[in-house]
Write a protein that binds this ligand. Structure first.
Ligand SMILES: Cc1ncc(COP(=O)(O)O)c(C=O)c1O
Length: 462
């Protein structure tokens, strides 16, 4: 950590970090208070913690959030895809208010919303004939995995090394003590030959392969369409060896009207959802063809008995209904992702013009900034290769850029760990232009530090 590149980054960051602490005393106090009051670790969501303390927000509307210290910031993070429609979208407010006025959660009993919402899912995602609703994406993935195990009578699941499918479903090196003790076969992302060989090897006891249908690198949330042959071959292997192919579309379903499965042209057995479909409220769901879902019929002789007090609760169902009806038509989806593609191109053009080690990667409205020269994504017909310089470039540069954008441009450019921009629909043209102006200013101010870091990490990789 004492190399010239780190010294350069550290020096550049020193005053930004000091300013962050100096200008956010209320956020610091709020975090300390939460800890003192008994919130374990001061937060209920480790992914939104960053040292020395995260920003606390007290108000928000459309694309603007207000911090506890009164700074008004434009949100390009979008709550890691859950905030797709900005803060407090009106149609969701109206629908929730209506539901609140008419029996609240309706005692958890059947309501008229569930069928409406299910019909919208099965219409939008032809791979599903039936769905079930949950409260989070983690639950949705757990249900889908358990469904595969129940239907196939097999036990093991296959995941990418480092993958994230929820609070207790990680792949390989990112698994922790909370992980559900599934017997996991961990495979590296991108190597179709190897994955197919592993499916064949474990066929006798492999219930499911779970993955995001666009390329994902665990460290950098890189959502990039893989060569279609790659996924098609995995699909064929799942068919041959009778295991479920589960697409986790908690994030990626926003990339096309029919989800990322429409983009890649591969049909999964089951799909899972969450995040933005709740319009900001808790939501999850999963579904598939009859083969996988029929045992959820309580009258089925081998029914899968499930509880879930708040599954299909009226308030969240009303919110999802409003999302489908008012905020996320196929056309709105296509237009928003086209805007994302435009924005990514603009960033890349500027990076080229200023000869900066910066690349906007991703698909549609999901963008990750990677701070390196040279290709990030490569591959051939057998698979996809990622070439990330090192974790240093992945983590140090985003923090510098995030602080710069926050303090000079009142913009949330992802978070300090990752410049992950899951663009909300409520961003205006002026917001995008303001971001690009901040980007250029960052290029000019920090060129030396960022270039040095990129050169050093590239050398370290060779
Ligand atoms: C791909 C993916 N799957 C599942 C989840 C879990 O969703 P939730 O946080 O609603 O449990 C996430 C959350 O970030 C995710 O990114």
């Amino acid at each position: 950590m004492s190399s010239p590149a780190y010294l350069a980054i550290d020096a550049a960051m020193l005053s930004l970090k000091d300013e962050y602490i100096r200008t956010n005393p209320q956020s610091a106090a709020a975090f300390a208070d939460a800890k003192r009051a008994g919130v374990a670790g001061g937060t209920n969501r480790a992914s939104i913690f960053y040292p020395p303390f995260p920003l606390t927000f007290v108000d928000a509307e459309q694309a603007t959030a207000v911090t506890a210290d009164g700074q008004r910031v434009t949100d390009f993070l979008g709550n890691f895809t859950a905030g797709l429609f900005g803060f407090s979208p009106q149609p969701v407010k109206d629908a929730v208010s209506h539901a609140m006025d008419h029996g609240h959660a309706l005692g958890g009993g059947p309501n008229l919303y569930a069928a409406k919402v299910a019909a919208k899912f099965t219409e939008r995602f032809p791979s599903m004939q039936a769905v079930r609703f949950t409260n989070t994406g983690t639950e949705a993935n757990s249900y889908a995995i358990h469904t595969a195990r129940a239907v196939t009578g097999k036990n093991k699941i296959m995941v990418y090394d480092g993958a994230y499918h929820g609070a207790w479903i990680h792949g390989g090196k990112s698994a922790g003590p909370l992980d559900t003790p599934y017997e996991k076969i961990t495979v590296p992302f991108g190597d179709a030959e190897l994955i197919i060989a592993a499916i064949a090897e474990h066929a006798e006891d492999l219930a499911a392969v779970i993955m995001e249908p666009v390329m994902v690198n665990p460290m950098v949330y890189l959502k990039q369409v893989a060569p279609s042959d790659y996924l098609a071959r995995i699909r064929a292997a799942c068919d041959e060896f009778n295991c479920a192919l589960i697409f986790d579309e908690v994030m990626t379903s926003r990339l096309a009207p029919g989800g990322a499965q429409e983009l890649v042209g591969v049909t999964p057995d089951m799909t899972t959802f969450g995040k933005y479909f709740g319009g900001g409220l808790p939501f999850g769901g999963f579904g598939g063809t009859r083969r996988w879902m029929e045992r959820y019929d309580p009258m089925h002789p081998q029914t899968i008995n499930t509880g879930g007090t708040f599954n299909q609760n009226a308030i969240c169902m009303a919110a999802v209904d409003a999302v489908f009806s008012h905020l996320w038509s196929p056309q709105q989806c296509v237009e928003h992702n086209a805007k994302g593609a435009w924005f990514r191109d603009e960033i890349n053009k500027l990076a080229k013009a200023y000869d900066m080690p910066c690349q906007a990667c991703g698909t549609g409205s999901l963008i990750t900034l990677i701070w390196q020269h040279g290709p990030v994504v490569g591959g051939n017909e057998s698979g996809v290769a990622l070439t990330l310089a090192t974790t240093a470039a992945v983590y140090a540069a985003p923090q510098l850029f995030w602080l710069h954008m926050l303090q000079q441009y009142n913009i949330l450019a992802g978070n300090p760990k990752l410049n992950y921009l899951t663009l909300p629909t409520v961003l205006t043209d002026a917001d995008y232009q303001h971001f690009l102006a901040g980007l250029v200013a960052g290029f000019v101010t920090y060129k030396e530090a960022l270039t040095q870091l990129a050169c050093e990490t590239a050398t370290a990789q060779m």
